[in-house]
Design a protein around this ligand. Structure first.
Ligand code: 5AD
Ligand code: SF4
Length: 438
């Protein structure tokens, strides 16, 4: 029975989105129903991200806004989870007297107990790392979700220590889940009617590499594809250095693998890639892109780029633009470099003026806008299989995802939700397509 309300705000990557789903599921057992209204809620949880700077300040600012609800003598629990919680730990409790709980990235299983403590008025912080298999055994499952497209965690953490990145420090060592457990979960989801699984991890391509007895990621994908009822498989996120020929080959014959891959290059210049510690060159990156295109000519790429990494020259930046011209991403997430405390790159001298960095970002984004539209416009007139996920933003519209991962909106009746529908594309927008049901 629900007798309390839980308000969650999620920042950052899919890992956090997935963790928030776990939190909702766990706290439902304690009687908390999710709500979109912070004011009337009994518990507020911010699931935070620290991948770029200002993360901590953002949390303080947001909490300062939210704590007004606690003032009228209300017994409201305020909690911080995710990567800022992991990074700051107990210090957050000391700095913010109105904060009740701080929960780290490896401690989700403790949350129900922590919430009970908070209901009794105790303040608690739990941020101990668990860098062994136990972490995955303690990982709380999700129940009560009815969506057709679901995340399935295959691994957690990261051992790459790219020089700019805080993730290994806030998510811990890389651990792969047992393939038997993953496959059992996928079969269970298929039985519940799930049609699409998104295999999730900080670096899914290195799945199983640490264990000689475990499957490779490519082998895992092939077994997931054998599960009846699962019609689409996506995965995120990939590290180009671990994108093996065996995995690339899957795009040739595993038809359930979608025609979109996220392959973050981060930079186009070998000097910058080397300083980032990425473990590949522009040539080996492009070689993988070309191999994937040879096997799946209609594949689309999305990516991440950081501009203004310490020491990035104009010539280095030009190399990034040239790489973009060669790959032609359908979508690109671009960021200005932000030094993270404790990372190797934070020790490098970073004397490039902010105005230069911003000008580079502007140029890059302008090129990307052009590429997105040049790639998307030719889809007008074509037919896409759309997995209908829900109502669209406009009345009478439905919304779903196409094989290439883009949102497609079209007029239709809500009875179509949960099915695949053939949609003829009539218009391409920067972030979605519009179409008509065939
Ligand atoms: N500064 C800027 N961007 C970063 N990213 C990760 N760390 C940083 C940083 N310190 C970007 C990378 C990564 C994405 C999730 O965030 O592009 O792929
Ligand atoms: Fe960060 Fe690099 Fe690991 Fe990605 S692979 S999470 S960028 S350290």
């Amino acid at each position: 029975m629900f007798d309390k309300l839980l308000y969650i705000e999620t920042f950052g990557c899919q890992m956090n989105v997935n963790d928030s789903e776990r939190i909702v599921s766990m706290l439902a057992d304690l009687g908390y129903a999710p709500t979109n209204d912070a004011a009337s809620s009994d518990m507020i949880l911010l699931n935070t991200c620290s991948v770029r700077g200002g993360a901590e300040e953002k949390v303080y600012r947001r909490l300062a806004n939210l704590r007004i609800y606690k003032r009228d003598g209300k017994k409201q629990i305020i909690a911080v989870g995710g990567c800022v919680a992991q990074q700051e730990g107990e210090a957050l409790l000391r700095k913010l007297p109105y904060l009740d709980l701080v929960i780290g990235t490896h401690n989700l299983h403790l949350l129900p107990d922590m919430v009970r403590s908070a209901e009794r008025g105790e303040r608690r912080s739990e941020t101990a790392f668990i860098d062994n298999e136990l972490r995955l055994d303690l990982f709380p499952p999700i129940s009560g979700e009815s969506r057709l497209s679901r995340f399935v965690t295959v691994m957690q953490g990261c051992d790459n220590f790219c020089s700019y990145c805080v993730v290994p420090y806030v998510r811990g060592r890389e651990i792969s889940r047992r393939s038997a457990d993953i496959l059992a979960e996928v079969r269970q989801l298929a039985e519940e009617g799930v049609k699409e699984v998104i295999l999730l991890g900080q670096n899914v391509n290195s799945y199983g590499l640490k264990s000689s007895s475990e499957l490779s990621f490519a082998e895992l994908i092939r077994l997931v594809a054998d599960v009846n009822g699962i019609e689409r498989i996506r995965f995120t996120t990939s590290h180009p250095k671990d994108m093996s020929d065996e995995l690339i080959a899957c795009f040739g014959d595993v038809t359930k693998l979608t025609g979109q891959i996220h392959l973050p290059a981060q930079a186009g210049s070998n000097a910058v890639l080397m300083n980032m510690g990425r473990g590949y060159t522009r040539e080996t990156y492009l070689d993988k892109v070309h191999k994937l295109r040879a096997l799946r000519p209609d594949i689309v790429f999305t990516g991440d780029i950081i501009v203004g990494f310490p020491g990035e020259t104009d010539a280095d930046f030009e190399q990034t633009l040239l790489l973009m011209e060669e790959v032609r991403y359908i979508d690109l997430f671009s960021f200005v470099y932000s030094p993270r405390p404790g990372t190797k790159a934070a020790e490098l001298s970073d004397d490039l003026p902010k105005t230069v960095k911003m000008a580079r970002l502007d140029r890059l984004m302008e090129l990307q806008r052009r590429h997105t539209m040049e790639i998307c416009r030719p889809y007008v007139g074509s037919t896409m299989a759309v997995l209908v996920e829900g109502e669209g933003r406009l009345p009478g519209q439905l919304s779903g995802k196409s094989d290439i991962g883009r949102i497609v909106n079209f007029p239709g009746d809500s009875s179509l939700i949960g099915t695949f529908v053939a949609v003829k594309i009539t218009k391409a927008y920067p972030n979605s397509f519009l179409g008509d049901r065939l």
